[in-house]
Design a protein around this ligand. Structure first.
Ligand code: SAM
Length: 290
């Protein structure tokens, strides 16, 4: 809503004046919170860094290259921390027309991705995997991107970052034969309550969010801990040069050098803006109100 930033600014200004009062009473020799975790800052992977493999099963591999070959995802591959593999489902079609879909039994709209073709594509990246989800699948997981799945979240991204191999199956058309889901899929994940044409964008969303959590991918591991949705709260307001822009000034507390006051102001802003912008995150707010 348009009025929120102004309201928020007022509240943060109030916090600012409160924190200035508080600042005078506090010691200025507290540890600098922005310098914690210095030893992780180089971004150089430690010898035993976990390496994460992502396998995308898709009919449209051309949709992936711009994303996986740019920015942090490319850097993560260069450092050997993650690997992205694309499998063209059509390569596993059995007939001369390379058919991957068929009409639904019982009638109805659209085309369904065939279980046998999907199964062969999955088998090519999971050659040793037993069937029946959840059996013997500690290190690997097969995820079907689906509007019927659990809605993706930061905590789910963290959970997936615990696996060393993720197979992300991208549906298309009207969906996927249920028997493939029953036999091979560990979990279904939705990226939101809307319907897309295919699972490729959702798979990239999941892979991007999980890759950021692989140790060493972000140069500074500490940048994860204060991020939006870590601990269920949104991040505090951030500013960089110039100090004055279009008459708007950076809050004085951030220029004070008083790291304890800055940390306190930021924490108050996190709680305040979560209450204003995302009141649905009430669980986290309850914890901080106790
Ligand atoms: N007929 C299906 C249904 O009602 O559940 C929807 C099929 S959708 C048009 C085609 C494919 O896009 C799905 O199989 C899935 O892989 C992907 N997809 C669409 N919306 C999605 C969402 N919100 N989250 C994750 N995947 C989605």
């Amino acid at each position: 809503m348009a009025h929120q930033p102004n309201l928020e600014r007022e509240l943060c200004s109030k916090l600012l004046s409160d924190s200035e009062g508080h600042r005078a009473a506090e010691s200025k020799h507290e540890p600098n919170p922005t310098h914690q975790g210095e030893e992780h800052r180089s971004g150089i992977p430690k010898a035993n860094s976990p390496k994460m493999e992502f396998h995308f099963l898709t009919l449209f591999p051309e949709l992936f290259s711009g994303v996986i070959h740019s920015s942090l995802l490319q850097k993560a591959q260069n450092k050997g921390l993650v690997a992205f593999h694309l499998t063209q489902i059509r390569d596993f079609a059995k007939d001369k027309h390379r058919t991957t879909d068929d009409t639904p039994y019982g009638g109805g709209e659209g085309m369904i991705l065939k279980a046998d073709v999907l199964y062969e594509a999955w088998r090519s990246v999971m050659p040793d995997q037993s069937l029946s989800p959840s059996v013997d699948r500690q290190k690997t997981a097969t995820v079907l991107l689906s509007p019927q799945g659990e809605v993706f979240s930061q905590s789910l991204a963290k959970e997936l970052a615990g696996f060393s191999k993720l197979v992300l199956v991208c549906g298309h058309y009207e969906g996927v034969d249920e028997r493939f889901i029953d036999l091979c899929v560990d979990r279904e994940i939705s990226i939101g309550n809307y319907v897309l044409t295919g699972g490729e964008l959702p798979a990239l969303v999941v892979a991007d969010a999980v890759t950021r959590l692989v140790p060493g991918v972000l140069g500074n591991d500490r940048s994860l801990t204060e991020e939006s949705l870590e601990n269920g709260l949104l991040k505090y307001p951030q500013y960089t040069r110039p100090r004055v822009f279009q008459g708007q000034v950076v809050p004085d507390v951030l220029l004070s050098g008083d790291h304890q006051a800055i940390a306190q102001w930021r924490q108050q802003c996190r709680e305040q803006r979560t209450r204003l912008k995302r009141p649905d995150l009430k669980q986290a707010l309850k914890v901080f109100q106790q």
